[in-house]
Design a protein. Structure first.
Lengths: 145, 411
């Protein structure tokens, strides 16, 4: 398969990874679902490579039942003004996964129908899964320092 | 199941100024949960009702969020196993297994056959455990109370077997990176054999209790329909899609831990309602019993841990006589082991569906990122589609048929 949004292809541990252009992610996903028959989106998540830049990687796990094949898509997103197009128009199931990524990493998904926090309370400050967020949070200090 | 809404406003005496346009149907917002007994955990659903019909359902999750993914990043690889138990407290061994498989893929270590077969057996016990709790509580929600006692009787036996193997009833942490936590105990064959010989007739009992019950059938048949295309689009996996006729089970399509050496079938149904999901899970219990019987009868001999001294803790006896064993023990316990940099996605079939761990390593002794793609999270996302347009009385049956665990959803 070839699509101009795919920048690099990797193969490791028997798994295929595509590095994709974040600006064209919706087009690419539409193509993969309709033409390549990746009917299922297993999950959307992100990895924080702080302090490297571009800081975030948004990771999509796709699955084709027909060919019993899995595919990983990765998009690199900058640390300031982190934005990427939502793929909810392709798979409705992306809704909660993208909300979770927004909740945990603060990456905004454009054209998402309901981009709110999902696991943390609505008035929470900060994004817990970022690497510069302490594991004990900001609110309480358990050390004597 | 759609019932036309009765316009109650018609019975109210007319007021002097009749509105120019007919009044919009009165809607009521009902808050269900988070402490509702049939949500099996802390799930809040905001329901919008028109009479008895649900027109909108909005699940609100996150009450059980404990930051397990964040905590994993701050523990040694081998210590994070204990957190995977807490994700899904009914299928903890499935979570142990998928984490161990993912890390072993990164480490490229091979588990000997005996270890793999015991893992299969334990994963099937956790499937039985989970399905039994599901059946008991689901029947209790709908009003058939006695099934609960029958199911929990067998579940108790399973927990005793798990305790025999691991020393723990629920938070077993039995499947570890590189093998198992402990050697299988003396006399395990007798305990497992006794249970598994009796189990098929127990399943017959549950079936008889429910299938001869007209109330059970009326409350489950034709309830909770959702098209298969919608389910796949929304990320639903496991018995839910198999009850809609899709023959897809990760144990068969992407075999792991030598599942390809076992002979079993994937039960499917076509009706795609609450009753079909019950039949599928019941058939799955029989298949699990078959797998456990095969594992018991054909258990290979040999080591049950990988030959990887830098990962697996040494034998206590060897530590008393061999310098190397003592050094490895000291190194693993104090500074952990390093896992080569890379990323893997490993998925297995848990009792609820596809559970997939995406693990990123940066070459240190702690995981860089662990993402848990849990089946309950994906399944619960289909709840609004399933409930919209149905009666509120059916919502409990529909909810129960999804078999979600809120710890699994919120992590």
């Amino acid at each position: 398969m070839s699509h101009d949004a795919v920048l690099e292809k990797h193969q490791s541990f028997g798994e295929t990874t595509y590095i994709a252009d974040p600006a064209k992610i919706t087009d690419l996903c539409r193509y993969l679902k309709d033409i390549e028959k990746f009917l299922r989106l297993s999950a959307v998540t992100a990895v924080d490579w702080y302090p490297a830049e571009p800081r975030f990687e948004v990771v999509y796990h796709l699955h084709s039942l027909e060919r019993n094949q899995r595919l990983r898509l990765k998009c690199r997103v900058a640390g300031t003004n982190s934005e990427i197009d939502s793929v909810t128009s392709v798979w409705r199931g992306a809704d909660w996964y993208e909300r979770e990524v927004f909740d945990m990493f603060g990456i905004r998904f454009l054209n998402h129908p309901n981009l709110q926090r999902i696991l943390m309370p609505v008035d929470w400050e900060g994004y817990p899964l970022r690497k510069d967020y302490p594991v004990h949070g900001y609110k309480y200090s358990y050390s004597n320092e | 199941m759609n019932q036309s809404f009765e316009d109650h406003t018609a019975t109210i005496p007319a007021v002097e100024e009749a509105p120019a346009t007919p009044a919009a149907p009165r809607r009521m917002t009902l808050n269900m949960g988070p402490q509702h007994p049939s949500t099996h955990g802390v799930l809040r659903i905001v329901l919008e009702l028109e009479g008895e019909t649900i027109v909108k359902a909005e699940p609100d999750i996150g009450f059980l969020h404990t930051g397990i993914e964040k905590q994993c990043e701050h523990l040694f690889w081998q210590k994070a196993v204990t957190l995977t138990d807490r994700v899904d407290y009914l299928a903890n061994l499935s979570n142990n297994l998928v984490y161990a498989l993912a890390v072993e893929k990164l480490l490229q270590i091979e588990i000997p056959p005996r270890g793999q077969w015991i893992r299969v057996m334990m994963a099937e016990f956790s499937r039985l455990n989970s399905h039994l709790v599901w059946l008991g509580t689901h029947a209790l929600d709908i009003g058939a109370m006695s099934v609960f006692f029958y199911c929990f009787r067998e579940r108790e036996d399973i927990l005793r077997i798990l305790e025999m193997f691991s020393g723990q009833r629920m938070m077993t942490s039995y499947i570890r990176i590189g093998g198992l936590a402990l050697e299988p105990p003396r006399g395990w064959q007798q305990a497992v054999g006794k249970f598994i010989r009796a189990f098929p007739s127990n399943v017959d009992e549950y079936e008889e209790l429910l299938d001869s019950n007209p109330i059970w059938k009326r409350r489950t048949q034709g309830v909770g329909f959702i098209p298969l295309e919608d389910m796949l689009d929304l990320g639903v996996t496991g018995p839910m899609v198999r009850a809609a006729g899709l023959k897809w089970d990760i144990r068969k399509s992407e075999p792991y831990s030598s599942y390809d050496k076992f002979d079993f079938e994937i039960p499917t149904r076509g009706e795609n309602d609450v009753y079909a999901r019950y039949r599928v899970r019941l058939a799955e219990m029989r298949q699990s019993a078959r797998i456990i019987t095969q594992a018991l009868e054909g258990m290979p001999d040999g080591p049950w841990q990988a030959d990887a001294p830098h990962v697996v803790l040494p034998d206590r006896e060897k530590m008393k006589t061999q310098m190397e064993a003592l050094i490895y023990h000291f190194k693993i316990v104090t500074e952990g082991f390093r896992v080569p940099a890379g990323e893997v996605y490993q998925c297995i079939e848990s009792p609820r569906g596809e559970i997939g761990y995406y693990i990123v390593s940066d070459g240190t002794s702690k995981p860089y990122r662990v993402h848990m793609r849990t089946p309950s999270f994906g399944n619960l996302q289909a709840l609004p589609s399933m409930l919209t347009g149905t009666l509120i009385a059916d919502s409990i049956a529909s909810l129960g048929s999804m078999d979600f665990v809120l710890g699994d959803t919120d992590r």
